[in-house]
Write a protein that binds this ligand. Structure first.
Ligand SMILES: *[C@@H]1O[C@H](CO)[C@@H](O)[C@H](O)[C@H]1NC(C)=O
Ligand SMILES: *[C@@H]1O[C@H](CO)[C@@H](O)[C@H](O)[C@H]1NC(C)=O
Ligand SMILES: *[C@@H]1O[C@H](CO)[C@@H](O)[C@H](O)[C@H]1NC(C)=O
Ligand SMILES: *[C@@H]1O[C@H](CO)[C@@H](O)[C@H](O)[C@H]1NC(C)=O
Ligand SMILES: *[C@@H]1O[C@H](CO)[C@@H](O)[C@H](O)[C@H]1NC(C)=O
Ligand SMILES: *[C@@H]1O[C@H](CO)[C@@H](O)[C@H](O)[C@H]1NC(C)=O
Length: 937
């Protein structure tokens, strides 16, 4: 056909077979594209050339549109952009293709002009097969000189033998490509959707892809109103000290350019990572499609082919880093507030919790314990004897975490942390040639800002190895002064008060005139395309800038000053996290834990996260479920929101319900802001206290199961707090559920989330389920919504899935004591009378116990009227050799049980016919021993 001269089409299949490249070039139909009389009519209209207007037609005018070289027309259907890219204005075409051992490389040449200048005419597209599950592609300038995120990604070194995907490149009119799931033919990635789907220039890169379905999850960090994305929204990502509640579309503390997608009714799923740390946006359209826009670096994408939703997360965490294994105590309840203000308020919060016998493992102090908010100091006036008090709590089985900010005050005399960072030239400094604003530079060229301390601060550059070393030694030394078990790193976006404003927040009245950081004007501070992170939050009439609430973009970082802050801003928190965990481990000699406010892909290897400074209101409690589900997708399963709310006064009912929900966060911390009503669970009266105590006791009973889930996440990836659709992806209702969640595959949590709620409606997927509290059996032959009447005394609904076996333990006031108490073996039978599960146990505190073989693991199974525990790994240890079972519970035993035998010997049993519950009292059975129990009917 005559038209074929316009087409270079090839399909790359099975890229590497025993060292031989197999690439099959076949013509590819372009599915609906029209070509008549030599005139090319694209199948799709052009991409939106004025995304700042966010679909509001009135916000785009013709002049501004034409200035970008785009086409303007108001005569387009509703929902379509009035300012569109055209094929004529800009395109990339393939000039050559070479095959490589992993795939291919194509050189792309630009014709026309990029919409925001910064044209780079020649680009290289690389497509690689990385094992059967992962496809990788990159667009970089042909000279490779562009900024790349300095984070290794761990993918197979070889191409797949039977990859789950194939890639098709088309060069019809302009370069486009698609990635197809081989066994279903589903196109999971398709850039052939009209002009502007691929634009590469110096400070503006965008790529659009058609989505195979509307079931898309992830992308952060924001406060999303729904877990499944709405196909009409644009979200910005750029690390920012921005609390979640002020504006629903704000870019918050971290950056996670990763989404998952359930493609079809069979539940086939994939995930996509854009490894890029510049300010960026994710725009959905109703096609449905998704556009990634970024203002620097390269387009570096990884596609994880699943096919189950859990496998997607396993593959993703395999690439960016598996989550850390938290110490056992970190699964206990934690209490914090900003504004204890003195040691007696702190003590009262702790003792009120103990008086009500509310389990409590970890106590915090926030920045108010410091001397004028300087890290590595304590206010001796307000917190005399703090270290002794912390040591006393440790002797009672509790653990301590306190806060550290990244910045150091620069105008004190003899402040060692500052002196040491300055000595090694460790602070972020102004780029050479930048016009430095008045009074904003330290004597060595470091940028000055103003954060919590009373005086200007410098910002250590944690991308420098020397800074990591000094930071570690400061922490290790300081633990001799103030003990801790874990650390909480805050303000690491990095936050700065009052950038580009007249007066920094908290600048002392007496220190007039006010000074604040004013960033200069240049292409890094005010890039030609202002992404949503910079245009959204005009609180005043002044134009918002990337540097608002943080430091200037035209500063430099890295051992050779090789990075611009413009590029590495969003990895500041990530770069601080590994060194902080290393320091905490060196200082404590234990596994320890770090909680970080700013996160990036891979942060989960070193830290957990909380959802930031929320508000004590019902809506924030409800939306926290979406946040905790998303961070599980991001490979940061240790996650929670501030229970009872941070800003504003909580109410007793809200706090009670939030304590009940928060008992199922993996990171369960009640945290309050300064000046608000006391909200420790023992300080709001009997109702909150007893409800908190009762639900936390259930959490503590379930901790062996939760710990085992963390072990699985740490070793094979996957989620701990799990969306329902990860277990039941073929049930359509699960795809949009965001008011329920699971712990692993076995426990379904349906919390009470409304004020004065009298009815709790929840979805039960197709399975056999057991009410956790009553053991009542619910057989769902298909998924269905159910209703329960609830009142002030109700707890969240908890359901155990048939087929699950796990271990519970008696609760105590903290895990130091609960970890020694007797265990219960629970088996919830499925329709075939079977159940299975496992337990992972170690000393709870040593580093790399699994990696070093210092653990116990046992398989649990029920089948054919029998229950067995078989120890699959064991080394002798005082930490588990004395642990015993004293009870077994079998749920769903339909026929009356007459007798029970343990290793052949008859045992005492109780059998409740109505609940079909078989309860067996066991002699103290060591966990280290294989056990077989039989029952006869
Ligand atoms: C068109 O939009 C640009 C950018 O928002 C603005 O600066 C300009 O004043 C507008 N022009 C008219 C005529 O409204
Ligand atoms: C987006 O679509 C949803 C329905 O999917 C609708 O409820 C919402 O109002 C829309 N939002 C905007 C900003 O158009
Ligand atoms: C927890 O209980 C144990 C006794 O079981 C006691 O020794 C310890 O002091 C208690 N811890 C706290 C923090 O109250
Ligand atoms: C540091 O600067 C702040 C703000 O100007 C001032 O209040 C404080 O007294 C200064 N500290 C010292 C030690 O000079
Ligand atoms: C820690 O304590 C020692 C001994 O009391 C003291 O000399 C040192 O200044 C303290 N360090 C810090 C950072 O407060
Ligand atoms: C809940 O009940 C209280 C007391 O009856 C009432 O004041 C409040 O307005 C109710 N709230 C809602 C959301 O209905």
């Amino acid at each position: 056909m005559a038209c074929s001269k316009h087409r270079v089409a090839l399909v790359v299949v099975g890229l590497l077979l025993v060292g031989v490249v197999v690439a099959v070039a076949v013509p590819l139909s372009l599915r609906g594209d029209q070509e008549k009389n030599g005139k090319y009519t694209p199948r799709f209209q052009g991409q939106d050339c004025y995304p700042e207007a966010e679909g509001k037609r009135s916000a785009v005018n013709k002049t501004a549109c034409l200035k970008r070289g785009c086409a303007f027309s108001t005569d387009v259907p509703a929902g379509q952009p009035v300012c569109q890219y055209t094929e004529g204005q800009y395109r990339l075409s393939v000039s050559s293709i070479v095959r490589t051992s992993l795939g291919l490389q194509a050189t792309l040449q630009q014709t026309g002009s990029a919409p925001f200048g910064g044209d780079i005419r020649s680009w290289r597209f690389t497509f690689e097969s990385r094992g059967d599950d992962i496809a990788h592609f990159v667009f970089d300038a042909t000279d490779s000189s562009r900024y790349k995120v300095p984070k290794p990604v761990d993918v197979p070194a070889r191409a797949g033998k039977q990859p789950k995907y194939e890639s098709r490149i088309t060069n019809n009119h302009s370069f486009a490509f698609e990635i197809v799931r081989r066994d279903t033919g589903t196109v999971v990635w398709d850039t052939n959707i009209g002009a502007g789907s691929l634009i590469l220039s110096d400070q503006f890169l965008q790529i659009s892809s058609r989505l195979p379905s509307r079931n898309v999850y992830g992308l952060g960090e924001h406060m999303h109103e729904t877990f499944r994305h709405q196909m009409n929204r644009t979200w910005a990502s750029f690390a920012r000290d921005q609390p979640p509640s002020w504006d629903a579309e704000a870019n918050l503390y971290g950056v996670h350019p990763f989404y998952t997608c359930v493609e079809d009714a069979a539940g086939n799923s994939h995930g996509v990572l854009m490894l890029n740390s510049n300010a960026q946006e994710y725009s959905f359209t109703e096609l449905p499609s998704l556009t990634f826009r970024t203002i620097g670096g390269i387009l570096d994408f990884y596609i994880f082919m699943g096919p189950s939703p859990e496998q997607v997360i396993q593959q993703y965490t395999g690439a960016v880093g598996r989550p850390m294994m938290p110490p056992y105590w970190a699964l206990g309840f934690q209490l914090c507030r900003y504004g204890y203000n003195n040691i007696s308020n702190l003590q009262e919060a702790v003792e009120s919790t103990a008086r009500y016998q509310i389990p409590h493992d970890v106590q915090y102090v926030d920045i108010d314990h410091m001397d004028t908010q300087k890290i590595f100091t304590v206010s001796e006036q307000r917190f005399p004897g703090l270290n002794q008090y912390f040591q006393e709590l440790q002797s009672r089985g509790m653990r301590i975490i306190y806060i550290l900010d990244p910045c150091l005050v620069a105008n004190e005399t003899d402040y060692r942390p500052y002196e040491e960072m300055k000595r090694i030239q460790g602070n972020i400094k102004w780029a050479v040639g930048v016009e430095v604003p008045a009074n904003s530079s330290d004597t060595d060229g470091a940028i000055l800002g103003y954060v919590w301390p009373q005086g200007k601060t410098v910002f250590p550059d944690y991308l420098k190895n020397s800074v990591k070393q000094v930071w570690k030694s400061l922490i290790v030394d300081y633990r001799h002064n103030l003990t801790f078990d874990g650390l909480w790193i805050d303000m690491n976006e990095p936050a700065n008060f009052g950038t580009n404003e007249e007066r920094p927040f908290n600048w002392p009245e007496k220190d007039k005139p006010y000074w604040s950081l004013k960033c200069p004007s240049n292409t890094w501070e005010d890039p030609p395309y202002r992404p949503k992170a910079a245009y959204r939050f005009d609180s005043s009439s002044r134009p918002a800038r990337l540097s608002d609430k943080t430091i200037c973009m035209s500063t430099v970082q890295g051992d050779q000053d090789q990075y611009r802050h413009y590029d590495v801003h969003s990895i500041y928190g990530w770069s601080q996290t590994d060194a902080t965990l290393e320091a905490a481990r060196l200082a404590t000699g234990e596994r320890s834990i770090v909680i970080s406010r700013s996160t990036f892909p891979g942060s989960g290897t070193y830290a957990g996260h909380w959802l930031g400074d929320n508000v004590s209101q019902w809506k924030d409690m409800q939306s926290s479920i979406i946040g905790i589900l998303e961070f599980n997708l991001f490979g940061i399963p240790y996650i929670g929101a501030d229970i009872c709310g941070f800003f504003e006064n909580t109410s007793t009912e809200l706090c009670k319900r939030w304590m009940q929900l928060g008992a199922f966060y993996t990171y369960s911390r009640n945290h309050n802001g300064i000046t608000y009503l006391n909200q420790a669970p023992g300080q709001l009266g009997d109702d909150v206290a007893f409800a908190s105590r009762d639900i936390l006791r259930i959490r503590y009973q379930l901790l062996p199961y939760l710990y085992t889930l963390f072990h699985q996440a740490h070793t094979v990836g996957g989620t701990v707090i799990r969306p329902l659709h990860h277990e039941f992806p073929t049930e359509t209702d699960t795809l949009s559920i965001n008011k329920q969640f699971m712990w692993g595959a076995c426990l379904l949590i349906s919390p009470i989330l409304e004020e004065n709620q009298t009815q709790l409606e929840y979805y039960l997927p197709k399975a056999r389920w057991y009410n956790y509290y009553t053991h009542e059996q619910l057989l769902q032959t298909s998924g269905a919504w159910r209703r329960e009447t609830v009142d002030g005394n109700s707890k969240p609904s908890l359901h155990v899935r048939g087929g699950c076996a796990f271990i519970q333990q008696e609760y105590a006031n903290n895990t130091h004591f609960s970890r020694r108490l007797p265990l219960t073996l629970v088996a919830a039978l499925d329709g075939d009378g079977r159940a299975g599960g496992s337990i992972f146990w170690d000393d709870g505190v040593s580093i790399n116990t699994y990696e070093n073989g210092q653990y116990l693991e046992a398989q649990l199974s029920a089948t054919n009227n029998s229950l067995t525990v078989s120890v699959t790994h064991w080394v002798p240890s005082a930490d588990w050799d004395d642990l015993i079972f004293n009870t077994a519970q079998v749920l769903g035993v339909s026929q009356k049980v007459k007798s029970v035998y343990l290793q052949g010997q008859p045992q005492v049993l109780t059998f409740t016919q109505t609940e079909q519950l078989l309860e067996i009292v066991l002699p103290a059975l060591p966990l280290t021993q294989n056990v077989t129990i039989y029952w006869s009917v």
